[in-house]
Design a protein around this ligand. Structure first.
Ligand SMILES: NC(=O)C1=CN([C@@H]2O[C@H](COP(=O)(O)OP(=O)(O)OC[C@H]3O[C@@H](n4cnc5c(N)ncnc54)[C@H](OP(=O)(O)O)[C@@H]3O)[C@@H](O)[C@H]2O)C=CC1
Ligand SMILES: O=C(O)CCC(=O)C(=O)O
Length: 478
């Protein structure tokens, strides 16, 4: 597949450095080749977006919605093929890839349906002969920067609301997995998004910085690492531009003495190892109450070791590789450091030999931690690694869960409604799952993190409308 950028409604080769994307299951297989875009193409894209945006904002909401619905249908029709490509380029399994493509279509449909919701409010006035209206308008041109781990769903949940509320976008996807970005841009283009309303430039991080600092950009939405997100937030603050940054996580799963253990084992496995642990919402800390710790761990470590790891597109595979050699090396280094610091390996832990040694595979790993002083308790590894500690009481378990600079997501497993409600009060996180895995985000409800996991307004649902529009309060007298 040849890499191209979409600028002002035209597909064009990049003018920057040559780039090759490869299959992390079989790194000698090339998935896409081409040249990256550079700052000049970002400038062209921003100029095109600025020209196109006013008319797009004036286009009746229902016409914008019809385009999003058509794009959703195009994605659904290609979900099998694109899901396969996603798995071959990013490393999640084929089933997860197809599911992600379908999720992108579902998100587009949700924001298409937003056309049927009210777009403002009418208030009574304290003065005779006056009404007060609150209307909404688009921000203008939004810079969108997305990570590798959800190459179509995350772009969908940023770009669909931006478009639905009348903005134009300049989007820089993660350069390591450009293929699904091209597919998504293609679906929007083929569905009839006017030239310049959606521009996609496959570029490196520094060129992303050029986009963030561009004076023609009116807001920025970012998902990725905490370091980059905080730097972007700082530059946006310096320019006075709205920003939302969705960043890392170190998400706990708490299993209390009264939990349904079979359910908890199943769900924690999903949270920890689906997408090879490469989700900001993945479970990476496991807090077990003493009474169930040993039976839970015995079952969990056995099930983790039994997961079928292999080529992401092969039938029956339950976990694929990490996205890159660098990611594989970093996660393996994190495991080795944990072991040096005293962690006991209950599953995985060592690099694969044999056929899997050629791909970027790390085994599903369970580490029993002697204390919370180990680096693996604090630092996000972004891989299939879970560190386990024990707690005497539910209160102690909740305190351990809050012992993190991050606050994205958490799971609590209990059959006691009172304890479930206590956890709602106790845990400082953006998403709390009671009796389900820590990952997952529905399009109609807010998504985002507390503490270092998130900065600025949340994403999705009504929260997206608040980010992608601003209000005008109209004091109206006849
Ligand atoms: N919270 C989350 O959802 C996610 C968190 N992460 C965390 O981030 C780590 C690294 O993953 P990665 O995807 O590389 O995350 P990064 O934060 O490095 O990248 C995310 C996006 O930002 C771009 N970018 C990088 N540097 C800059 C910059 N200076 N200015 C503007 N844009 C920039 C990247 O471009 P390019 O790809 O071209 O470098 C990519 O499009 C993971 O190990 C994980 O800890 C990662 C993905 C998702
Ligand atoms: O849990 C999910 O489905 C979303 C996760 C996410 O946003 C991420 O990993 O970047």
């Amino acid at each position: 597949m040849e890499l191209q950028n979409l600028v002002d409604g035209r597909w064009a080769d990049g003018k920057g450095e040559e780039f090759t994307s490869t299959n992390p299951s079989r790194p000698s297989d090339v998935v896409a080749v081409g040249a990256l875009a550079g700052p000049a193409e970002v400038d062209e894209a921003v100029a095109a977006a600025r020209r196109a945006q006013p008319d797009w904002a004036r286009t009746p909401h229902h016409e914008r919605a019809a385009i999003l619905s058509r794009a959703a249908a195009l994605i659904d029709a290609s979900a099998d093929a694109w899901g396969h490509e996603l798995a071959a380029e990013e490393g999640k399994t084929r089933a997860e890839g197809v599911g992600e493509a379908q999720r992108a279509a579902q998100i587009l449909r949700y924001y298409a349906a937003e056309a049927d919701h009210e777009t403002g409010q009418l208030y009574a006035s304290p003065r005779r002969g006056e009404q007060i209206l609150v209307t909404r308008r688009a921000l203008g041109v939004v810079g969108i920067i997305t990570p590798f781990n959800f190459p179509i769903a995350i772009p969908a949940w940023k770009i669909a609301p931006a478009l639905s509320y009348g903005n134009a976008v300049v989007w820089k996807p993660a350069s390591i997995v450009p293929l699904l970005a091209m597919r998504f841009a293609q679906a929007l283009h083929d569905a009839g998004v006017p030239p310049g309303v959606v521009n996609m430039v496959v570029a490196d991080g520094p060129t992303g910085g050029h986009l963030v600092d561009h004076p023609g950009i009116h807001a920025v939405s970012f998902t990725g690492s905490t370091a980059v997100g905080q730097a972007i937030a700082a530059s946006c603050a310096a320019r006075g531009v709205p920003v939302q940054a969705e960043m890392g996580g170190k998400n706990p799963a708490i299993v209390l003495d009264d939990a349904d253990l079979d359910l908890a084992v199943d769900q924690v496995l999903l949270g920890a190892y689906r997408a090879t642990g490469q989700k900001c919402t993945a479970t990476s800390r496991l807090i077990l109450q003493d009474g169930i710790a040993e039976p839970f761990l015995a079952a969990f470590a056995r099930r983790a070791s039994e997961l079928v790891v292999g080529d992401a597109v092969a039938p029956g595979v339950q976990m694929g590789p990490l996205v890159s050699a660098a990611a594989r090396d970093e996660v393996q280094r994190g495991i080795d450091t944990a072991v040096r610091q005293g962690a006991r390996v209950l599953a995985g832990g060592s690099p694969y030999g044999g056929a899997l040694a050629d791909g970027w595979f790390v085994p599903p790993t369970v580490l029993d931690l002697p204390s919370t002083t180990l680096d693996v308790w604090r630092d996000e590894l972004f891989g299939p690694v879970v560190g386990v500690v024990r707690a005497r009481t539910a209160a102690e378990a909740f305190a351990l869960a809050n012992d993190s600079a991050f606050g994205l997501s958490a799971s609590v497993f209990t059959t006691d409604l009172g304890r479930a409600l206590e956890s709602v009060d106790a845990l400082d996180v953006g998403q709390l799952h009671v009796n389900s895995e820590s990952a997952g985000a529905d399009p109609h409800v807010p998504f985002g993190g507390a503490k270092r996991s998130g900065y600025g307004p949340k994403e999705q649902g009504r929260a997206a409308r608040d980010f992608y529009t601003h209000t005008t309060t109209v004091y109206l007298r006849g």
